[in-house]
Design a protein. Structure first.
Length: 419
């Protein structure tokens, strides 16, 4: 993995939903106690956002209304997603006044990455000066306040923004590779860092890792054996290394890939979603096998209920091509455990398999034993043949009979009998 050195800005709009509501009402979000939540859900409603004023009082951005201390008075407003999307697009247009589309990556509705490496000479500015100008322009045109992390790669820019930018008056923090040992390694708890969720944190703690420095000093192969490719990436990130560049995202979007997304008819939580993920992978991998293709890239994401908003979508490059569910599923599990916000209702799942290439079969002779991998492939092909001839619901896993499963319904939508 290369140690690239670019000028990356990671910009986040502070308390975005709540700030938009304040701006539209002519209020200062730093002086106004306002919460965005669905009033119809009562005190159990999850806050989608709270103003910086409330955050300074110790109120978290995602909490239930009944958890807010009774002695704090505040205004509750219902979420208006169409308005937030409108404001997000307006901010993105401001970014595009400074950089081209291939140097902009929209990470979420309120967060973007900008690669300003090739623009500093043109603007005759340092990366910090340019960041300050962009943030001022956003505030002038929208009334919204933003923070910015600057780094030589996407990961360090993101962590600088998440952990340090809010500490400065101008909302800007810059990290270099020299800050890896002095700033990155000391970070704890681990879940403070991008890409490490509460579940992954627990697993790492069980291995004796409590700080990012502990991960950086761990054996890379041990992490890879424990968590696969994501464990190796975790080690690189802990050492401040990230070879991804923004232009790669545009290239990946144009490549041919197989996609499957499912809008859920009720709220799902935690482990129940993983059953659906497996069922969706069964559909995608069957498509791969029918086309005699393998995929060496997986993207996985979830969207929360519209009453909550948000979600995530992340992708992983694999070391080789696969066409079986059991090869892809562990990556989805790890991504889910890393980025899912616990106890948050899920209403959409998206999976994509990319970097497609023709399948390279293994030629056996009479004296070779059939490996488990080859047995799995034979079983999968046999199941493909049965479902092709007699319909998708002619052969189901026992888990497909569980109440949380949607396999039978989805199969009826896709189409059943082919014979």
């Amino acid at each position: 993995m290369n140690r690239i050195s670019r000028h990356i800005l990671c910009i986040d709009l502070k308390s975005f939903f709540a700030s938009v509501e304040c701006v539209d009402r002519g209020l200062n979000p730093f002086l106004t106690p306002l919460v965005v939540a669905n009033k119809n859900q009562g005190t159990g409603a999850i806050t989608l956002a709270v103003t910086p004023y409330l955050k300074n009082l110790g109120i978290k951005g995602r909490t239930r209304l009944y958890e807010i201390p009774k002695d704090i008075s505040y205004t509750i407003v219902n979420p208006r997603m169409s308005r937030y999307i409108e404001m997000s697009k307006k901010v993105v247009q401001i970014y595009l006044d400074f950089v081209s589309t291939q140097d902009l990556h929209i990470y979420s509705i309120d967060e973007c990455f900008l690669d300003v490496t090739n623009y500093l000479k043109m603007y005759h500015k340092t990366d910090e000066e340019l960041a300050e100008e962009i943030l001022k322009k956003v505030e002038e045109k929208t009334g919204l306040t933003a923070t910015c992390g600057i780094g030589p790669n996407l990961f360090l820019a993101k962590v600088a923004m998440d952990t340090e930018a809010k500490l400065y008056k101008n909302g800007i923090a810059k990290w270099t590779y020299d800050d890896v040992e002095t700033k990155l390694w000391s970070l704890t708890p681990l879940s403070k860092v991008w890409g490490i969720g509460p579940r992954m944190e627990k697993k790492l703690q069980m291995l004796g890792m409590k700080t990012i420095g502990d991960i950086a000093k761990a054996n890379k192969l041990t992490l890879k054996q424990k968590f696969g490719v994501l464990g190796e990436e975790l080690w690189y990130h802990a050492n401040g290394i990230d070879d991804a560049i923004i232009s790669d995202f545009q290239k990946e979007a144009k490549e041919k890939s197989f996609h499957h997304s499912q809008v859920l008819m009720k709220d799902y939580y935690g482990e129940d979603v993983l059953l659906l993920v497996k069922e969706m992978l069964d559909v995608l991998t069957q498509r791969l096998r029918v086309a005699h293709l393998e995929a060496s890239h997986i993207g996985f994401g979830i969207a929360y209920s519209k009453n909550v908003g948000g979600g995530f979508f992340h992708s992983v490059k694999l070391e080789s091509g696969f066409d079986l569910t059991q090869d892809f599923f562990p990556y989805c599990v790890t991504l889910f455990e890393s980025f899912y916000e616990e106890n948050t209702p899920i209403r959409r799942i998206s999976i994509s398999l990319g970097h497609l290439h023709p399948k390279t079969g293994v030629q056996l002779n009479l004296f070779e034993s059939i490996t488990q991998k080859e047995k799995d492939e034979k079983i999968a092909l046999t199941m493909d043949e049965i479902t092709y001839r007699f319909g998708k619901n002619s052969l189901l896993f026992a888990t497909s009979l569980l109440p949380s499963s949607t396999a039978r319904i989805q199969n009826e939508k896709i189409g059943g009998h082919h014979a």
